[in-house]
Ligand binder design. Structure first.
Ligand code: SAM
Ligand code: DTB
Ligand code: SF4
Length: 315
């Protein structure tokens, strides 16, 4: 647990000091030339009843998204095998659900989890709210980690989502922990929040004991049709401050440079790696929006003299 003042003191350091400290912490706990590759699979797309203002999958916004029901188990496993062959060591399956229900769809997800685990990959799922018995079933099926983001500060949360409460998010994360799953919990930068609100978001993460094993930092992807479609990007230096501050606050957590990379220069991404980001989503698509693609990422790692972590599929 850290005070806002402590976090602000880190975040507001002169940029060279901040980067130096973050890179120093990073190399103490991780190999700074290695990058984890994760692959995302949208196993159920769109028609979500929630009203998250950033999300193209909410049924409330006309984003032109093609709604797709839950995928076949075998189609998902085929995707996981391909991802593994291309260097990914973690497969993340996302469903546009408000919450998990104890129905046939959940049974199918459990089979997907088992199948991906049997490939020897880390398995992550993000299915919305769930309770402890459901989390235990995921764990028993071989799931490694559950993704559930706080997304922003407690006070700004209400301006972004009205259909659930910040406390609901915390309750789900508690159930995930209780079941012995790893927690993947991060947020989005660039939704119109103040710097102070970003600090409060990070502070909430420091209140988790143990802290999340992995922390995705997303840059808002402004999607036409959503209420946040017209927001300008966050200045790159501000975004890198978030990565570096997260690295210093959470030395042993994975910091994932997540959504929004197509709008970032390669220099900016390189700076994020230097500041401690050590995981990426690769492939042409995130869940529904574009991503740089594996070739581009391999090229970037090669240009930086870096390599994919834990994969025989070298750069
Ligand atoms: N429905 C589940 C939930 O809300 O937890 C799982 C899927 S949801 C799409 C997972 C995360 O994707 C959100 O918490 C948010 O951080 C991120 N996300 C969604 N739309 C985004 C956007 N336009 N830009 C950046 N991140 C986004
Ligand atoms: C996370 O924090 N980012 C990923 C993953 N967790 C599930 C999702 C990003 C989604 C970006 C918008 C889209 O492609 O629909
Ligand atoms: Fe639904 Fe998740 Fe998108 Fe919110 S973020 S609208 S819960 S898919």
């Amino acid at each position: 647990m850290r005070s806002t003042d402590e976090i602000r003191a880190i975040h507001d350091l002169p940029f060279p000091e901040l980067l130096y400290q973050a890179a120093t912490v990073h190399r103490r706990h991780w190999n700074p030339v290695e990058m984890q590759f994760c692959t995302l699979d949208s196993i159920k797309t769109g028609a979500c009843p929630e009203d998250c203002a950033y999300c193209p999958q909410s049924a409330r916004y006309a984003t032109g998204l093609k709604v797709e029901p839950l995928k076949d188990v075998e189609a998902v496993l085929e995707g996981a095998r391909t991802a593994k062959a291309h260097g990914s060591t973690r497969y993340c399956m996302g469903a546009a659900w408000r919450e998990v229900k104890d129905d046939a769809n959940f049974e199918a997800v459990l089979r997907m989890v088992r199948g991906v685990a049997d490939l020897g990959m880390e398995v992550c799922v993000t299915l919305g709210m769930l309770d402890a018995p459901q989390a235990r079933r995921l764990k028993a099926a071989g799931c490694t980690v559950y993704n559930h983001n706080l997304d922003t500060s407690r006070d700004f949360y209400e301006e972004i989502i009205s259909t659930r409460k910040f406390e609901d998010r915390l309750r789900t994360i508690g159930a995930v922990r209780e079941a012995g799953l790893e927690v993947c919990c991060g947020g989005i930068v660039g939704m119109g929040e103040s710097v102070e609100q970003r600090l409060h978001f990070l502070q909430e993460l420091t209140e988790m004991d143990p802290p999340p094993e992995s922390i995705p930092i997303n840059h808002l992807v402004p999607v036409p049709g959503t209420p946040l479609a017209e927001l300008p990007p966050v200045p790159p230096v501000e975004f890198i401050r978030m990565i570096a501050t997260a690295r210093i606050l959470f030395p042993r957590s994975r910091i994932r440079l997540s959504a929004g990379r197509t709008a970032m220069s390669e220099e900016m991404q390189a700076l994020a790696f230097f500041a401690g980001a050590n995981s990426l989503f690769t492939g042409e698509r995130l869940l529904t929006t574009p991503n740089p693609g594996e070739d581009r990422d391999r090229w970037l790692l090669g240009a930086l003299g870096m390599r994919i972590e834990g994969s025989p599929a070298a750069v």
